[in-house]
Ligand binder design. Structure first.
Ligand SMILES: [Zn+2]
Length: 159
């Protein structure tokens, strides 16, 4: 919950979100609160901001604090599924929490990564289906409902 997290200076981004307590694998860390929801056709009209996330395949939502401070890592320790932020692996007190921005991504964008993990992809592509096949398979259980519904056929091929 909110009291278990803090936003402070990070080596990855300017700021990041850190655990103020330990979390077990699978434990619920935070229920995120989607802000304004807009259709992707409208999205082209608003200035680019990293503060938007997927609501479904056609909509984005404005992330609320502290969600919008969560940095990307190629070796994530949390995942966001159906607005529930959960630990992907055990998290120690004081650790920065990060998810993989490409996990439920459908948009084409590139980002240089400095997450520092041993499995860093260096140049991040925003699209799940551009991830290495092995990683797509690893991320299958973490995909949100809208993504599984929208890409059912494509995902079946992965199994
Ligand atoms: Zn990385």
């Amino acid at each position: 919950m909110l009291k278990d997290l803090e936003v402070k200076e990070s080596k990855i981004g300017k700021r990041g979100v850190f655990a103020k307590k330990g979390f077990r694998q699978g434990e619920l860390i935070l229920k995120t609160v989607p802000g304004t929801i807009i259709h992707k056709d409208e999205f082209r009209c608003v200035p680019y901001s990293e503060r938007w996330n997927y609501y479904d395949e056609d909509h984005y939502y404005f992330m609320s604090d502290p969600e919008f401070y969560i940095n990307h890592s190629c070796d994530p320790n949390v995942f966001l599924k159906d607005f529930m932020l959960r630990a992907m692996k055990p998290i120690k007190k004081g650790e920065e929490i990060c998810y993989d921005y490409s996990l439920d991504g459908i948009d084409k964008w590139k980002m240089k990564c400095n997450c520092g993990s041993k499995i860093c992809r260096k140049l991040i592509d925003g699209r799940y289906f551009k991830l290495p096949k092995k990683l797509q398979k690893k991320y299958l259980p973490y995909l949100p409902a809208w993504f599984r519904k929208a890409f059912r056929k494509e995902l079946e091929k992965l199994r």
